[in-house]
Write a protein that binds this ligand. Structure first.
Ligand SMILES: [Zn+2]
Length: 270
């Protein structure tokens, strides 16, 4: 029996396919050499902060599900190999905010090489001011990578409660989506994911993956059956893993994944 509320819905048609035993998502940096030249400058630590947030962090998407982000080099300018292209740049209004924007969902964010090194050639963008606290980058990165994985904003699902969703009464059904779990205002994929809700009377968003976000993620991509303890990007597979669910159903695969998660000491989010 499930405990508490759960979150997430997604576009299964845009899901990342299995490549071998893992759902592989290739990413690259559009502009790693431009950061210090930006006005105001963006700290070079922004890139590893983003990478750590979504790949190595204890609350990262890939910590929980059978997905692997690969690449992390400068984006190609020629050829035909596609990547999720990440652009980081400064806030032009010199404020202290960190914002993000992703153009599409899931595999639709795979972009071909481009000779341009600007945000118009990117799959998703993070704007940062040089004075912004880097932990905020991590939160934005986790949210934007949720879109990369195929998860729209939680308030854009058809069964959102109009009176109490975030924002109340707004949003709208996203075509082609399927619910992974019940609606949840606290999902990191909801509005105000940074923990600064513009709707003070509502519990909107979170600054990390919630337990329910993790549940929906595992239903989408399967339980992470690797222990990449040295963080070299190469999973160390365990025995008896369930390599993919990827069917947005709470089914026998999911039951097996729950057992494995408990065996490996993950929090009790089921
Ligand atoms: Zn978003």
């Amino acid at each position: 029996m499930e405990k508490g509320s759960s979150a997430l819905f997604w576009l299964p048609a845009n899901a990342w396919p299995l490549a071998g035993r893992t759902h592989v998502i290739p990413v690259c940096w559009v502009n790693p050499v431009d950061l210090s030249l930006a006005t105001p400058p963006v700290p070079a630590s922004a890139l590893p902060a983003v990478r750590a947030a979504i790949r190595d962090g204890s609350l990262a998407w890939s910590r929980w599900a059978n997905i692997q982000f690969t690449g992390w080099s400068t984006c190609p300018t020629t050829g035909d190999e596609k990547f999720v292209r990440i652009w980081i740049g400064p806030h032009t209004n010199n404020d202290l905010q960190v914002d993000g924007q992703t153009g599409s969902y899931g595999t639709n964010n795979l972009f071909p090489p481009s000779p341009l090194a600007d945000r118009y050639s990117s799959s998703f963008r993070i704007w940062i001011n040089g004075m912004s606290p880097l932990p905020s980058i991590a939160v934005v990165a986790i949210h934007e990578f949720g879109h990369i994985l195929g998860f729209p904003h939680e308030f854009d699902r058809a069964d959102r409660p109009l009176a109490t969703s975030c924002p109340p009464g707004n949003g709208g059904a996203t075509p082609g989506t399927a619910n992974l779990t019940p609606y949840d205002n606290l999902s990191i994929m909801n509005m105000a994911y940074g923990g600064n809700p513009p709707f003070p009377n509502l519990p909107c968003g979170s600054s990390t993956l919630t337990e329910s976000d993790i549940t929906g993620l595992i239903r989408a991509y399967g339980y992470r059956c690797s222990g990449d303890t040295d963080c070299d990007g190469t999973p160390d597979y365990k025995d008896n893993c369930v390599y993919a669910a990827n069917d947005n159903q709470a089914d026998s695969n999911f039951d097996a994944e729950r057992t494995l998660a408990k065996r490996d000491g993950y929090p009790s989010f089921y």
